[in-house]
Design a binder for this molecule. Structure first.
Ligand SMILES: [Zn+2]
Length: 304
């Protein structure tokens, strides 16, 4: 299989989920073997979408380089991976990818309008040859050798609106578009205060997240098991940091961005691909009790 990029530049605008700021993102074709490269502003330093660029994986995946940062890259990354787009130049006129509707659907639609083109270089999948495991207790991720990329995910949460949700899938482009890209992020109303205190979820609303209140969700669901589907979407987006398709079976239980990133690093180490410079610091999120990519957006007052 050969690498792909988009045919023409396309843009979209929206509000950053955590920053609450309005931002514009422009996607342009990228050269073969360049991978996905982010830039804060057209003249900004390139920030490759690679494990070495991850500076934070608490609540969202944040990439950075020499002081410039781009937050919440995971849904755009998932959309590119889902449509098998290897090379992309992403310019953001701010520091966060807009939340849009909380899913990857708007990014899939944007990439579809840009069209796709095949490039000269070959895609080089990563073959998993030994089982790898990260996490512990009831929050873990593992990957085992398999002939194709498969995800088996179990999410269980005490909240009755979520409960136990499990699925196993071999994502194809069509199933990604129909079954996973539209699944929205979610958060708990009770976490709102602490998140806002930390400058998170400032742009959250019922328009860009499923909000889980005491008695249930405050907005309707797109799928009965939308929560676990979104976890699969996040996992696809975070695994795309490897920059190459993965041949292996990923088995997940209650993971989040921090654990997803730990698995990415474990795969890199197993392959001897790690390029993180010695002494580089990495801020990994502590494992939380709540679903780790959750945030609590502001509900419309009338709906509380
Ligand atoms: Zn997400």
């Amino acid at each position: 299989m050969r690498q792909q990029t988009i045919r023409k530049a396309v843009s979209l605008e929206g509000v950053g989920l955590h920053s609450g700021k309005r931002v514009k993102v422009t996607l342009s074709p990228g050269p073969a073997d360049s991978g996905i490269v982010f830039r804060a502003g057209a003249g900004g330093e390139p920030i490759p979408a690679a494990p070495e660029s991850v500076v934070d994986s608490h609540y969202a995946t944040t990439l950075g380089h020499n002081g410039s940062r781009i937050q919440t890259v995971e849904h755009l990354m998932a959309a590119a991976a889902g449509l098998s787009i290897d090379n992309l130049d992403v310019v953001v006129d701010g520091s966060e990818i807009p939340a849009m509707d909380g899913s990857a659907k708007p990014f899939v639609a944007l990439l579809a309008t840009a069209g796709r083109t095949t490039q000269g270089a070959r895609r080089r999948p990563i073959t998993i040859t030994q089982p790898l495991h990260v996490g512990g207790g009831n929050r873990w991720l593992q990957i085992v050798p398999a002939a194709q990329f498969r995800i088996s995910y179990t999410l269980d949460n005490d909240h009755p609106a979520i409960g136990m949700q499990a699925l196993s899938c071999v994502p194809t482009e069509q199933s990604f578009i129909e079954d996973y890209a539209p699944a929205r992020t979610y958060g708990f109303l009770k976490d709102l205060g602490i998140m806002r205190k930390h400058g998170l979820a400032l742009g959250g609303s019922l328009d860009n997240a499923i909000v889980v209140g005491k008695r249930g969700t405050l907005n309707g669901l797109r799928y009965r098991d939308e929560f676990v589907r979104h976890k699969v979407l996040d996992l696809i987006g975070d695994l795309a940091l490897l920059g190459r398709p993965l041949l292996g079976h990923v088995i997940a239980r209650n993971a989040g961005h921090a654990l997803n990133f730990e698995l990415v690093v474990a795969v890199q180490r197993a392959l001897g691909l790690e390029r993180r410079p010695a002494g580089a610091t990495l801020r990994l999120a502590p494992v939380r009790e709540a679903v780790s990519d959750s945030f609590t957006p502001a509900p419309a007052p009338a709906t509380i």
